[in-house]
Ligand binder design. Structure first.
Ligand code: NAI
Ligand code: MG
Length: 350
C-alpha cells in the first residue's frame, strides 16, 4: 500500500514537489512513496487530466501531495478536460470537503523589509473552507440568450445540513487543539444558505462542542477584520466561495505565495489531499526559481493529519523555521537561493 502518492503536475509543480520528496525520504525512510501523472501532463499523455487509475491510486493512498496544475498550453483544451477540471474531480473523487488553509507568519519573515511589505508578526490562524459544495458545484448553472436581447448567467448555491455539519465539525475539532475559538463566516443577513449555515453551526456547537467558543461573523465584516486585526482569529470556518476569497486575503499577511501550504480532508481515516496554494507559475517554471517551502509545509501537514506522525511534522516545521532563521531565501523572499538550494537548506536544518 502506498503511504504517500505524489502528483507533481505541471509548471513549477515537479520542481517544488521534488524538494518535498527529498525531505520526506530524509525524515521517513520507511515511507512508501509513489508518483503519477496528473493535470496537463496527464492530458498530454492520456487525453484527460485525471485518469481512473490515478484517482483510484489517490483514494487508496494514505496521503496525496499535489504540486500544481495548469498553464497556458492547456487553455484551449475542452472545459471538462482542462487541468483545473481535473483538480475539481480529484477533490470531489477523494471526498475531501474541508480545506485547511493556515495563515502563519514566520518570525524570521516578520521584518520583511526585503519583501517591501508589512507582515503581521505572531499571526497564526486557520481558515477551514468548505471545498466540495456551494456555488462552484451547484446546479442549475448556465448562460443563455434572452429573447429581448442580452444574456443571462445563472449559478446556484446549495448547501445541505450534512455538508455544513461535517465541515464545521472539522473546525471545532481543530480549535480544541489550538486556542479554542471558532468564527463561522456567512451572509445570513441576505442569503438563505447563510441562514441555514448559521443554524446548523449553532446546533452542532451546542450538541458536541459547548467547550469551544463560537462567534458568528458576516463574511464581509470578516474580510474587513482580516485586514484590520487578524490576530483575533484562531479558526474560521466558511463556505466554498467566501473561503476562496478570505483565505487569499489572509495569505497576503504571511509573506509569499511560495510559503503557503494547504490540506483538504475528508472523513476520519480517509486520505487527505495536500498542496501548496500557489499555481504552476508558468512565468518562472523550469528556471529553478520557485520557492519549495509551500510544498514542504504541505508535506508537513500530511505527516500531521493523514500519516499519523505529528512528531515528524514538528521536525519538518522546526527545520523550515531554522532554515529561514539562518537566512535562507528564494527570490520571492528577497534572496537568491534556487529551488534546490532551499531544499538543501531545509535538509541541513533537519
Ligand atoms: P500562480 O500561483 O501560478 O502564480 C502567481 C505568481 O506567484 C506568479 O508570479 C508566480 O511566479 C508566483 N509564484 C507562485 N508560486 C511561487 C513559488 N512557489 N515560488 C515563487 N513564486 C511563486 O498563479 P497564476 O499565475 O494565476 O496561475 C498560473 C497557472 O496555475 C494557471 O494555469 C492556473 O490555472 C494554475 N493554478 C493552479 C492551481 C492549483 O494547481 N491548485 C492554483 C492556482 C492556479
Ligand atoms: Mg483561489
Amino acid at each position: 500500500m502506498t503511504d504517500l502518492l505524489l502528483l507533481p503536475g505541471d509548471g513549477i509543480g515537479p520542481e517544488v514537489t521534488a524538494q518535498a520528496r527529498r525531505v520526506a525520504e530524509a525524515v521517513a525512510p520507511d515511507l512508501s512513496i509513489a508518483e503519477a501523472l496528473f493535470g496537463g501532463c496527464s492530458f498530454d499523455a492520456h487525453g484527460t487530466p485525471l485518469t481512473d487509475e490515478v484517482l483510484a491510486a489517490a483514494r487508496s493512498a494514505r496521503a496525496v501531495l499535489m504540486g500544481a496544475v495548469g498553464g497556458p498550453q492547456w487553455a484551449g483544451a475542452p472545459r471538462d478536460r482542462r487541468p483545473e477540471a481535473g483538480l475539481l474531480n480529484l477533490r470531489a473523487g477523494m471526498e475531501v470537503y474541508a480545506n485547511l488553509r493556515p495563515a502563519l507568519c514566520f518570525p524570521a519573515l516578520a521584518d520583511a523589509s526585503s519583501l517591501k511589505r508589512h507582515l503581521v508578526e505572531g499571526l497564526d490562524f486557520m481558515i477551514v473552507r468548505e471545498l466540495t459544495g456551494g456555488i462552484y458545484f451547484g446546479s442549475p448553472r448556465f448562460i443563455e440568450d434572452l429573447p429581448g436581447g442580452g444574456r443571462r448567467a445563472v449559478d446556484t448555491q446549495v448547501y445541505t445540513t450534512a455538508e455544513i455539519e461535517r465541515v464545521a465539525r472539522v473546525a471545532f475539532q481543530l480549535a480544541r487543539g489550538r486556542r479554542n475559538l471558532v468564527h463561522s463566516a456567512e451572509k445570513s443577513n441576505v442569503m438563505d444558505s447563510g441562514l441555514l449555515w448559521r443554524q446548523v453551526v449553532t446546533d452542532l456547537h451546542a450538541r458536541e462542542f459547548p467547550d469551544v467558543r463560537l462567534e458568528h461573523i458576516l463574511a464581509d465584516n470578516a474580510a474587513m477584520q482580516i485586514v484590520r486585526d487578524p490576530r483575533q482569529f484562531d479558526v474560521m470556518v466558511t463556505d466554498n466561495l467566501f473561503g476562496d476569497i478570505l483565505s487569499d486575503a489572509a495569505a497576503q499577511l504571511t509573506g509569499s505565495l511560495g510559503m503557503l501550504p494547504s490540506a483538504a480532508l475528508g472523513d476520519a481515516g480517509r486520505p487527505g489531499l495536500y498542496e501548496p496554494i500557489h499555481g504552476s507559475a508558468p512565468d518562472i517554471a523550469g528556471q529553478g526559481l520557485a520557492n519549495p517551502l509551500a510544498s514542504i509545509l504541505s508535506l508537513e501537514m500530511a505527516f500531521r493529519w493523514s500519516l499519523g506522525r505529528p512528531e515528524t511534522a514538528d521536525r519538518i516545521l522546526a527545520a523550515v523555521v531554522r532554515a529561514l532563521d539562518n537566512g535562507a531565501r528564494t527570490r520571492d523572499l528577497g534572496g537568491d537561493l534556487t529551488t534546490v538550494q532551499m531544499g538543501d537548506a531545509v535538509l541541513v536544518a533537519l
